[in-house]
Write a protein that binds this ligand. Structure first.
Ligand SMILES: Cc1cc2nc3c(=O)[nH]c(=O)nc-3n(C[C@H](O)[C@H](O)[C@H](O)COP(=O)(O)OP(=O)(O)OC[C@H]3O[C@@H](n4cnc5c(N)ncnc54)[C@H](O)[C@@H]3O)c2cc1C
Length: 619
């Protein structure tokens, strides 16, 4: 360990993760905190990192308030409806009232946003989405962050948060290592904004073996956004609310532009509209929620899954009609070329031309995140003017650890933020973090050397495990004394898949399976003490795995706690196969005790602060 060089950096605001939320936070921190020291640390390189690395074809969250297209209330109703009632409306409203200003900045910064030739307005793909030529979306927002930060560190993975040694439950910074040089980095900071993205690859993916690494959400989103706060005892919410996506098979190509802009539709293998067939069945499970418009995403998945189980597969997207129009054909291909090139390659390799063949769809393995059509993440304070007392403790987007803030996928309860909403939430968190510092809440902060020297031992241990253990075998990858990150990952995915409602069980789980899953996860965590890393890249894999494992444990605890099937199509509790508004019209909140590692769970009321009257119209 003596060989490893240590760098110490002190700052006022430390942003962990330079994706959409992290770049938004870095930019806004400078706006309010002109003299503050702002540092952003990114695992990859912020020019091409995070879920938007490859670009996007649409900004999925834009109100259009300047043209009275939508108001924030409409968005709250929309998200609430899609999440079967379970959202933090204060957070959703707060994001929605600011998101347009974010998009206008993207426009100023040179992001090509398509315009409707007749009206001059941004071209709508759907009620909430506007179309962009977005291949360079990420470099554009990265530039704004680079110009704002005192320093951007690329290639550093943050593994742990630091706590103040003087004041209980107050943040003190973070530590990590550079995966190119191997150097150890200590970041002491008055406030930390965690913006480290969602969690893919915690459930066994459909693409295995030769297709491993192909996932819907970014494969490098490894749950750090959850594991970092969970480890220091921050409360989490709605972690059971994993998302399953209906996507083009094998390439996970998105379907939004196809449904909304190309007006394509789905059918079963016999050419039938299968969604109608499952109406009565679904109504028995969820009651009037099936009559809401638009149909909640999970319920559409539910019909898909039931139809396949009943033998009606494969489900297809009917593209043959739309692709006869040369304009729509171009849009159909460009949609992938700007965001999921792999789907075009998969179709080419499988001899599928959507003009002549209706491509197959599939339902993905589950993912955990807080910014898409799902709302798992940290339990945060809302804004002072909107939040009921139970949702407010001083600073907007502050977690239940003092001085620790979150944004984007990190934050739970506020779904449908997407790229623009995540950037906006980063801005909101940064503004509050500046205020926290101005209010002198971080005075007297002390982080002693013992704390980060102890963590250094822990962080580099996988290298030592490997170096020592490798001498015990003459070849191959199976060792009696260490487990490789890939082996641990596959074991994790198998547990989550078979016990917590993955693809192999058609998303089904129950009390007994979840309890057994928790036991197996405990033993996995024990074995991860012996994970072995042969180089710094594998050290990153080892820590990604540890973060995924802790995130998975939290997901499993939440799934066990909520004794109902709130989102059929995302997962099913076979022992409670109905939505149960009487007992479970509430948010779930967990806390893991950092000393004992035990989770405690509670129900928290869900407050509807936006009226219901327009629900039937919201779309
Ligand atoms: C396939 C796909 C399609 C999408 N389509 C759209 C769309 O059409 N329109 C739209 O508006 N939105 C879309 N989204 C959603 C949008 O990309 C996300 O909502 C948004 O990127 C979330 O922002 P974030 O900052 O929370 O996470 P990210 O943007 O993923 O950023 C997280 C960052 O944290 C870094 N990081 C992770 N762990 C660590 C660590 N331990 N230490 C340091 N850094 C770390 C990552 O490298 C990454 O840069 C899509 C997402 C995906 C995956």
């Amino acid at each position: 360990m003596a060989k490893v060089k240590t760098h110490i950096e002190e700052s006022d605001i430390l942003v962990v993760g330079g994706g959409m939320a992290g770049t938004g936070a870095t930019f806004e921190a400078r706006h309010w905190g002109r003299d503050l020291k702002i540092v952003c640390v990114e695992k990859a390189n912020i020019d091409r990192s995070g879920a938007v690395a490859q670009g996007l074809y649409a900004i999925n969250c834009y109100m259009g308030m300047q043209w009275d297209e939508n108001q924030p209330e409409d968005h709250v109703r929309y998200a609430r409806n899609d999440l079967m009632g379970m959202v933090r409306e204060d957070l959703g409203y707060d994001m929605a009232r600011h998101v347009d200003s974010t998009v206008h900045m993207f426009d100023e910064w040179g992001l090509p946003i398509m315009r409707n030739e007749k009206t001059g307005r941004y071209l709508r793909e759907g009620k909430w989405q506007i179309m962009i030529h977005g291949e360079s979306f990420k470099p554009i927002v990265a530039e704004a962050a680079k110009k704002s930060a005192d320093k951007i560190y690329n290639r550093i993975m943050i593994t742990h948060l630091l706590m103040d040694n003087e004041k209980e439950n107050r943040i003190g910074g973070a530590v990590g290592f550079n995966m190119r040089t191997g150097d150890y980095h200590v970041f002491k900071a008055k406030t930390v904004i965690v913006a480290a993205g969602g969690a893919s690859h915690i459930f066994k993916p459909r693409a295995v073996g030769e297709g491993m690494g192909r996932t819907w959400y970014a494969p490098w989103s490894n749950g750090s956004a959850y594991a970092l706060p969970i480890t220091v005892g921050a409360k989490m919410t709605q972690m059971e609310n994993r998302i399953v996506l209906c996507r083009f098979k094998d390439g996970y190509g998105p379907v939004g532009a196809y449904f909304l802009h190309l007006k394509t539709y789905t059918q079963n293998a016999n050419g039938e509209n299968y969604e109608k067939k499952w109406y009565d069945h679904t109504k028995k499970m969820v009651g009037e929620y099936i009559d809401h418009h638009p149909t909640p995403t999970c319920l559409r998945n539910h019909a898909f899954i039931q139809e396949v189980m009943a033998g009606g597969g494969p489900i297809q997207m009917v593209t043959k009609e739309a692709f006869q129009d040369p304009h729509l054909e171009t849009v159909g291909w460009e949609n992938f070329l700007g965001m999921t090139v792999g789907q075009a390659v998969v179709w080419a390799s499988q001899n599928i031309d959507p003009k002549y063949t209706n491509p197959e769809l599939t339902t993905s393995e589950p993912y955990v995140m807080g910014s898409h059509a799902t709302c798992s993440g940290a339990w945060v304070s809302g804004p002072e003017d909107l939040s009921p007392p139970e949702y407010f403790w001083g600073y907007n987007r502050m977690l239940t650890v003092d001085g620790l803030f979150g944004a984007g996928d990190t934050v739970g309860g506020s779904a449908h933020k997407f790229s623009s909403g995540s950037f906006t939430e980063g801005r909101l968190a940064a503004k509050a973090a500046v205020k926290y510092i101005e209010d002198k809440k971080a005075e007297g902060l002390k982080v002693n050397a013992k704390q980060y020297e102890d963590l250094k031992e822990v962080i580099y241990k996988p290298l030592e495990n490997y170096t020592v253990g490798r001498n015990e075998i003459t070849g191959g990858t199976v060792s009696p004394s260490y487990i490789l990150p890939i082996q641990g990952l596959q074991r994790l995915q198998k547990i989550m898949d078979e016990y917590v409602g993955g693809i192999s069980s058609n998303y089904m789980t129950n009390d007994n399976l979840l309890k057994r899953g928790l036991e197996l996860l405990d033993w996995l965590q024990e074995d991860l003490e012996n994970v072995g890393a042969e180089d710094y890249h594998q050290l990153m894999r080892a820590w990604e795995l540890k973060h995924r494992a802790l995130t998975s444990q939290c997901v499993t605890e939440h799934t066990l706690f909520r004794e109902e099937t709130r989102w059929p199509g995302y997962y099913y509790r076979g022992d409670h196969l109905k939505l149960d508004d009487e007992n479970w019209h509430c948010l779930t909140v967990s806390r893991r005790d950092p000393k004992t590692g035990k989770f405690t769970m509670e129900k928290v009321p869900v407050y509807h602060i936006v009226d219901e009257k327009k629900d039937k119209k919201a779309s």
